[in-house]
Write a protein that binds this ligand. Structure first.
Ligand SMILES: [Ca+2]
Ligand SMILES: [Ca+2]
Length: 190
C-alpha cells in the first residue's frame, strides 16, 4: 500500500529555491521529491529535512541500477558518509537530467571517471572506465592499451599523460564514439 502523495510536504518557497539551484522544472522537483526521495525513504516524517538515503538505496533506482558507474555517481553526489540529503539527491538528478548543460555534465563526468582521485584522468582511470563500459572479453588487453593510447594521443595536449579538466572536455568533443555514445548510454541514463 503506497502512501498518499499528499502526505509529503514541500513548501512553495523551497520549490522556488530548488528551481534556482537546479536545472529542473517545478514539476520535476515535486515529482523527484514525492515519488522518489520520500517514497524511497519510507519514513513517517512528512518533510525531507532530517531524512538521509543510503547510496545503496539510491543506486537501486531504475535510473541508476544499470549504470556501470552508479557507485562513482553516488560517491560524487552523496555526503562523506555516503548518504543523500534531499538537496544532494536533487543535485544528482539535476546533473543527470537532459536540461543540464553539457559543460556541467562533463565537470561531473570528470570527477566520476577520476577513480584514483588525483584530479586528472590518467591511464589508470581510462583503463578502469573502459573495463566498466565493455562486456567481458569484448576487447583484448592489447586493444584496450591501444585505445587508451589513442585517447591520450588525441586529448593530452601537453603530452604529460594526464588529462586536465580542460583536456578532458576537449577529448569528449574529439572522441564522440567513445565518450558520447557510451557515456550517453551509461552515464546519462538514456
Ligand atoms: Ca585520476
Ligand atoms: Ca595533459
Amino acid at each position: 500500500m503506497g502512501q498518499e502523495v499528499s502526505t509529503y510536504v514541500l513548501p512553495n518557497e523551497e520549490i522556488e529555491e530548488y528551481q534556482v539551484l537546479t536545472f529542473l522544472s517545478r514539476q520535476e522537483i515535486i515529482s523527484f521529491h514525492h515519488k522518489m526521495f520520500m517514497e524511497l525513504a519510507n519514513s513517517e516524517e512528512p518533510h525531507h529535512g532530517n531524512i538521509r538515503l543510503s547510496s545503496r538505496i539510491v543506486s537501486s533506482l531504475p535510473e541508476l541500477k544499470v549504470n556501470p558507474f552508479r557507485d562513482r555517481i553516488c560517491m560524487v553526489f552523496a555526503d562523506e558518509d555516503g548518504e543523500f540529503s534531499f538537496d544532494e539527491f536533487l543535485e544528482m538528478m539535476s546533473v543527470l537530467s537532459d536540461n543540464a548543460p553539457l559543460k556541467v555534465k562533463i565537470e561531473y563526468a570528470f570527477r566520476i571517471y577520476d577513480f584514483n582521485g588525483n584530479n586528472y584522468i590518467d591511464e589508470e582511470d581510462l583503463w578502469t572506465v573502459i573495463l566498466r563500459l565493455i562486456n567481458q572479453n569484448e576487447l583484448s588487453e592489447d586493444e584496450i592499451t591501444s585505445l587508451v593510447e589513442h585517447i591520450l594521443e588525441e586529448a593530452d595536449l601537453d603530452n604529460d599523460n594526464f588529462l586536465t579538466p580542460a583536456e578532458f572536455e576537449n577529448a569528449i568533443a574529439k572522441a564522440p564514439d567513445f565518450f558520447n555514445d557510451n557515456q550517453e548510454r551509461h552515464f546519462y541514463c538514456h
